[in-house]
Design a protein around this ligand. Structure first.
Ligand SMILES: C[S@@+](CC[C@H](N)C(=O)[O-])C[C@H]1O[C@@H](n2cnc3c(N)ncnc32)[C@H](O)[C@@H]1O
Length: 195
């Protein structure tokens, strides 16, 4: 692991996650966790009373995440290996926050993912998305024709209201880049515009 990403996992990532609203004691789903560049700092922020569900459809990165968590004696990360179906296997209203960072471009049926995140989030829960690879930022795959404002609109149409954008020098792949995450809150009512 290079120096800047190590520093991110050990220090800067936790600062950023606190800034976006992750708190001690919370349960956090990291959807598409890969090797844990966000799960590891999230585990440090939520602490022993909290939990991070690090979910991915690929086994190898999860094994690497497991190795790092053990090395850092982080005992509050639960690995969730899926078959890519967008079902998390978590209980209804069981998490305080869900991260979908640098993964939306890889998902074709994003509506299904938003509905699943809505289901597992508790009342007023935080959904934080990092829509890397949108039309304005190295466009790729399913986000290539969408700007952040379009992504906000589609997430708002699926049971959330937009709260705030948080920008900074954040982890992407195995480096840091300037990026912005979009924070949403769960609406109880799936109808648009109603909290
Ligand atoms: C580009 S990486 C982002 C990793 C991490 N969120 C980060 O920002 O450092 C995307 C990850 O999402 C996972 N992924 C893609 N589609 C998925 C799906 N349908 N279900 C679960 N994981 C998925 C990939 O296996 C990969 O590990």
């Amino acid at each position: 692991m290079n120096k800047e990403i190590r520093n991110w996992e050990e220090k800067e990532g936790a600062k950023f996650l606190k800034r976006i609203g992750i708190k001690p004691g919370q349960k956090v789903l990291d959807f598409g966790a890969r090797v844990g560049h966000y799960s590891i700092p999230a585990a440090a922020v939520v602490g022993n009373k909290g939990k991070v569900y690090a979910l991915d459809k690929n086994k190898d990165p999860l094994n690497e995440l497991k190795r790092k968590a053990a090395e850092q004696r982080l005992e509050n990360i639960t690995l969730v290996k899926t078959n890519g179906s967008l079902k998390t296997g978590l209980e209804n209203s069981s998490v305080d926050a869900a991260l979908a960072y640098d993964v939306l471009h890889l998902i074709d049926d994003r509506k299904k993912l938003y509905r699943e995140i809505h289901r597992v989030l508790q009342k007023n829960g935080l959904f934080s998305a990092y829509p890397k690879h949108n039309k304005l930022d190295q466009p790729e795959q399913s986000l290539k024709n969408l700007e952040p404002k379009d992504i906000i609109r589609e997430i708002e149409a699926d049971g959330f209201y937009f709260e705030k954008e948080h920008c900074g020098l954040i982890s992407h792949d195995d480096f840091l880049n300037k990026g912005c995450v979009l924070n949403f809150r769960k609406k109880e009512n799936l109808l648009r515009g109603r909290k």
